[in-house]
Design a protein around this ligand. Structure first.
Ligand SMILES: [Zn+2]
Length: 113
């Protein structure tokens, strides 16, 4: 068994667990809308409307849109970045597991001969 690879896997698993504590999947989207109030500035044709921020989250069925109050916005970049990191580390662990699987198959083969 490759000791270096086992140590690397242990470190990656720890990082994965840490990121899982605060990660959030999705991307920030800015959308303009009209509130429907005839007396509001947004009722004028050339007015850009009200700006709202949403978290767009892909799911197997459809993309979910979660409205985000403005005061939450500063808290999002870190969890969003954490999810991307989580995904990247997951792919690296997968590569290690594949390498370990192939290694064990190789070992079994060499025992037969
Ligand atoms: Zn309005």
């Amino acid at each position: 068994m490759n000791k270096q690879i086992i140590i690397r896997k242990r470190i990656l698993k720890k990082a994965l667990l840490h990121l899982a504590g605060h990660m959030i999947q999705g991307s920030l989207v800015k959308l303009n809308h009209r509130c429907g109030n005839k007396n509001c500035h947004c009722a004028k044709p050339k007015d850009p409307g009200h700006t709202g921020y949403y978290l767009s989250v892909p799911t197997p069925e459809k993309t979910q849109m979660h409205y985000l109050p403005k005061d939450l916005l500063p808290q999002l970049p870190q969890p969003l970045a954490a999810f991307k990191q989580y995904w990247e580390i997951g792919k690296r662990i997968s590569q290690i597991n594949l390498a370990l699987l192939k290694e064990s198959a190789q070992r079994r083969k060499s025992h037969v001969h």
